[in-house]
Write a new protein. Structure first.
Length: 317
């Protein structure tokens, strides 16, 4: 029995240290979840205000346009055309068409009673860095060397912008990829639409246009701080959060088992040595009030070995 107690003491000491670290991690996790929930409430409230102010059926029409664009582009490979697969060729096209592309996109956005925000062109070093870090060095996968944002003031304006893109035309941007976070908001409630598109007359150069709703976009900086912390901890994906919560439950189950084992050992130590046999299953799995010690005499040594093996195995959980 002394060997069992020694093993349990050593394990419990290590478990105490780990428990303190785990409690700190849990406190951070819970705080970030509370922060994200607060952000979600703010974003959901802003979205509800937009829907309330919109024309009848505007939300449904918005979602239908997004579905149409997504269906059109689902089989299109997102990359630059073959002749822009080197950094020098891509950079040359970016500089050549930057002003023209922004002129076309600005006209589109401002026709929808929205604010246009022009982003700077990506420089050579940043293009190479992104290709190396995200696309195994494939330059043609960098599709945002020219980028801009449209800050829309209403659902009605959003619908108009998408309607123009759905209708198309000889001078209308051609949509290549749609990332729809209106239909599928982030966990923090953030909503926007990211479009990759090409402008007729620009040698197929693929650029990026983000469409935002102003009130939701205004709270993005606050949301982003929380998101960055979640991402840094690996908790930005639903699968990672589910894994973390499952791990937390497993730790709680382990603590319950350890506590039951401690109580079982305490009960064993109070018995007369001659009455102690192998540890019955009831000591670990039964109700404490119903614990039964009923093994034949002379088997105490086997019991010590059994408990020792069990205690040693806990360290690998």
């Amino acid at each position: 029995m002394n060997l069992v107690v020694l093993v349990l003491i050593v394990y419990s000491t290590d478990r105490t240290r780990r428990s303190e670290n785990e409690k700190a991690i849990e406190a951070i996790f819970d705080e970030l979840m509370a922060c994200e929930d607060k952000d979600k409430q703010a974003a959901d409230s802003a979205w509800a205000d937009y829907i309330e102010a919109a024309a009848e059926f505007a939300e449904r029409t918005l979602l239908e346009h997004l579905t149409t664009l997504a269906e059109r582009t689902q089989d299109i490979e997102l990359c630059q055309p073959a002749h822009l697969n080197t950094i020098d060729a891509l950079l040359e096209a970016t500089m050549k068409f930057d002003d023209f592309i922004h002129g076309v996109l600005r006209e589109l956005i401002e026709s929808c009673d929205a604010e246009y925000s022009r982003g700077p062109p990506k420089i050579k070093e940043r293009i190479q860095q992104k290709a190396d870090e995200d696309y195994d060095g494939k330059i043609e996968k960098v599709v945002d060397t020219v980028r801009a944002s449209g800050i829309l003031n209403s659902i009605n304006g959003f619908v108009r912008a998408l309607f123009i893109l759905v209708q198309g035309g000889p001078t209308v941007p051609l949509i290549i990829r749609v990332k729809d976070r209106i239909s599928n908001p982030l966990a923090n409630g953030y909503r926007d639409v990211l479009l990759n598109l090409s402008i007729p007359g620009c040698e197929g150069l693929v650029c990026e246009l983000q469409l935002h709703l102003k009130a939701i976009h205004d709270i993005k900086p606050v949301q982003h701080r929380c998101y960055q912390m979640l991402r840094g901890a690996g908790w930005d994906k639903e699968e990672a959060r589910a894994h973390h919560l499952a791990r937390r439950q497993a730790q709680l189950d382990e603590e319950v088992l350890i506590e039951k084992t401690k109580r079982a050992i305490e009960k064993l130590e109070t018995q007369d040595a001659a009455d102690i046999g192998e540890t019955p299953v009831e000591l670990l799995n039964g109700n404490d009030s119903d614990l039964v010690l009923s093994q034949s005499e002379g088997e105490g040594e086997g019991e010590d070995q059994s408990l020792s093996d069990d205690a040693a195995s806990w360290g690998s959980w």
